[in-house]
Design a protein around this ligand. Structure first.
Ligand code: ADP
Ligand code: MG
Length: 380
């Protein structure tokens, strides 16, 4: 800090426009010479200190938007100002911009033939951000911070997915950027590794890092972000605080999308259903909703006892529809099973072992039959 700045009041970081996007459009020319309009006009300002989460259906233009922000894709129309400077100007030094605005990708993009330390130091050394010795020292510090000090000389292939992604984040941090762009940083990871990566991103957020993050991890989004964009069909279709978007979205499409993040729906066809797959879907769903391990286990056990033992095993029901819905208000999960055929209440015999088990792990079970369909609701 120079002497001139010393007596200044600290700046309120949240009011500084860091990135300004004006009328951003992006079209791709396809092989058959037709054009695909992917971004159809985006105006937005990212302030310093913002933690923005982008959600939305696949193909809606989220990755393209992030890639345009740091000019990995050249916008077809519109302007992007970074720290007041027009980075769509062809004279702009993009290497410098990308050093200040780093991207973390879904598939890590580490260099396979370089060590972890080299992966982290490569860009800062090349861009002469610091001397080689300083950069290495910083890299070792970062490896400590991400909990991998012993991996400096390892190669990416020797690391788990979660570790690789943490290294990719350390690589971004080595540039000492002003903002990090995350494109679905956990969606290529095995479920058990998601937490360690989200925890690291949370730490960065609390340390004040500005970030724009595409993710469908709702609880992470709620805890970390100050702003959510719902992106669909190439526009920011709705934006608001996490409460507004997750609890009270104004537009029907947003509502439908958010609801689908909160519900797990499966159709179980007796002839082709894959028990382990459903079990891991239940696990993943439970984890996303931040349910306890015990509650997840109960849900899996209820599924196994009810569907395997009773509905498929005994009653030979063919198609079963299952909706699992988590209520944050009271922390309970509803497992709703719908199946056709005659009236069949699988809990008819209270002395049966399966029924005793099901009663033991649920708060309540109700059965209804409307002459056509059986509906069974388990509260856990
Ligand atoms: P999202 O990240 O929301 O899933 P993307 O930004 O990846 O969406 O993609 C939006 C649309 O743009 C998709 O239809 C995709 O096929 C298309 N697209 C993305 N990149 C290119 C490209 N380089 N060339 C042609 N089409 C592309
Ligand atoms: Mg994408």
């Amino acid at each position: 800090m120079t002497d001139n700045n010393k007596n200044k009041l600290p700046e309120i970081s949240t009011s500084q426009p860091l990135i300004e996007v004006k009328g951003l459009k992006k079209s791709f020319m396809l092989k058959d010479k037709s054009t695909l309009d992917v971004l159809k006009g985006i105006d937005y300002t990212v302030n310093s200190g913002d933690k923005i989460v982008i959600v939305g259906p696949s193909g809606g233009g989220k990755s393209t938007f992030l890639r345009c922000l740091n000019m990995l894709e050249i916008p077809t129309e519109g302007k992007i100002y970074f720290e007041g400077k027009d980075i769509t100007d062809r004279h702009c030094n993009l290497n410098r911009v990308r050093a200040r605005m780093c991207m973390v990708f879904q598939h890590f993009n580490l260099f396979p033939h370089k060590t972890i330390l080299q992966n982290i130091t490569l860009a800062p050394v090349k861009l002469k951000i610091k001397t080689k010795a300083e950069t290495e020292e910083k890299a070792r510090e970062l490896l400590k911070r991400i909990g991998l000090p012993e991996k400096a000389d390892a190669y990416p292939s020797q690391l788990s997915g979660g570790q690789k992604q943490r290294v990719a984040i350390a690589r971004a941090l080595a540039m000492e950027p002003d903002v990090i762009l995350f494109d679905e940083p956990t969606s290529a990871l095995d479920p058990e590794m998601v937490g360690e990566v989200l925890d690291l991103i949370k730490q960065l957020a609390s340390a004040g890092m500005t970030m724009v993050c595409v993710t469908h991890e709702m609880n992470f989004a709620k805890n970390v972000s100050n702003r959510i964009f719902y992106m669909d069909e190439g526009v920011i279709y709705e934006d608001g605080t996490p409460q507004q978007i997750f609890e009270n979205p104004q537009k029907e499409k947003t509502r439908r999308f958010i609801k689908q993040l909160k519900v797990l729906s499966e159709v179980i066809d007796k002839n082709s259903f894959d028990f382990p797959a459903i079990n891991s879907k239940l696990e993943e769903f439970g984890r996303k909703q931040m349910m306890s391990q015990k509650q997840i286990y109960k849900m899996q056990l209820a599924f196994e006892e009810l569907v395997m033992q009773k509905l498929i095993g005994e009653n030979q029901v063919r198609d079963i529809r299952m909706d699992v819905e988590y209520s944050e208000k009271d922390g309970t999960v509803d497992m709703i099973f719908g199946y056709g055929g005659d009236k069949f209440d699988p809990l008819g015999d209270e002395k049966e072992l399966t029924v005793i088990t099901l009663r033991g792990i649920t708060n309540s079970i109700s059965h209804k039959y409307d002459g056509n369909e059986n509906v069974l609701v388990l509260k856990i």
